[in-house]
Write a protein that binds this ligand. Structure first.
Ligand code: PGA
Length: 275
């Protein structure tokens, strides 16, 4: 199967994270329902991360639609006696272009540490995949006023492992843990504030690369709140869980990403000073 490469940054990026949902028949139905709407959409880059066993099915279903394939996880190891693990090379071989790393469910339920997440990020790059680094604070950390510190240390672990030039080849997804699967979304202002902070941290390393990096927001993004989130200066797309399992809702979110784009010919968006 061909390795699908990810395109250069430009339009907004919307990634579906199906988590542990799906069946062979159900996946086919969902893609069938999605394709007519999505294939007509220019101006947004879409990727779908199904459960691992369905990567081959999705690679076939997505074919030449322009929709990328991604994995929800990746091993930090290249090869060997690591039962149950899936390497970056295998994911690339299956046609993946993206791999999520450090999703909060992996961190909290499976004990992934910052150091391990950093190794996974590096493993994804080594395999030619675009890593999507998930960062986010818990509600307790937010209430204690530690949001920026938590995000900063999660980011620092990866920066120290790979350096800014390599980090800039990835995508960052800000996903407040308290907003994931809870129906409680960060307000556009809350999300923008953290995105701006992340971009500033990146800009301290390399302003030009920081301006180019895609920062996605994830956490209860729905058809009715996507447009407002995507309209924020430093939000370059979304990582969508629950709503990506509903064809109409996901298509509406992708449309919102297109309409949030500045009109063609308008030049660079008037982003804040960090861009
Ligand atoms: P949610 O999940 O959209 O269901 O909140 C987002 C995610 O976990 O990536």
């Amino acid at each position: 199967m061909p390795t699908r490469n990810t395109p250069a940054p430009g339009p907004k990026l919307v990634i579906a994270n199906w988590k542990m949902h799906g069946t062979h028949a159900g996946n086919a139905r969902l893609i069938d329902a999605l394709l007519p709407g999505l294939s007509a959409m220019a101006g947004v880059q879409v990727a779908i991360c199904p459960p691992m066993p369905y990567l081959a099915q999705l690679a076939g279903l997505l074919g030449r639609t322009g929709i990328c394939l991604g994995a929800q996880n990746i091993s930090e190891r290249a090869e060997g006696a690591f039962t149950g693990e899936v390497s970056g090379q295998m994911l690339a071989d299956m046609g993946c272009g993206y791999a999520l790393v450090g999703h909060s469910e992996r961190r909290s339920l499976y004990g992934e540490t910052d150091a391990q997440v950093a190794m996974k990020f590096e493993a994804a790059l080594r395999a030619g995949l675009t890593p999507v680094l998930c960062l986010g604070e818990t509600i307790h950390q937010r209430r204690a006023g530690n949001t920026n510190a938590v995000i900063g240390s999660q980011l620092k672990a990866v920066l120290e492992q790979v350096g800014m030039a390599q980090l800039a080849k990835g995508v960052i997804a800000y996903e407040p843990v308290w907003a994931i699967g809870t129906g409680e979304t960060a307000s556009p202002t809350q999300a923008q504030a953290v995105h701006a902070h992340i971009r500033q941290l990146l800009a301290a390393q390399d302003p030009a690369a920081a301006a180019r990096m895609r920062l996605l927001y994830g956490g209860s993004v729905k058809a009715d709140n996507a447009a407002q989130l995507f309209a924020q200066q430093d939000i370059d797309g979304g990582l969508i869980g629950g709503a990506s399992l509903d064809a109409d809702a996901f298509a509406a979110i992708c449309r919102a990403a297109i309409s949030a784009e500045p009109p063609v010919g308008a030049g660079l968006p008037a982003k804040n000073s960090t861009r």
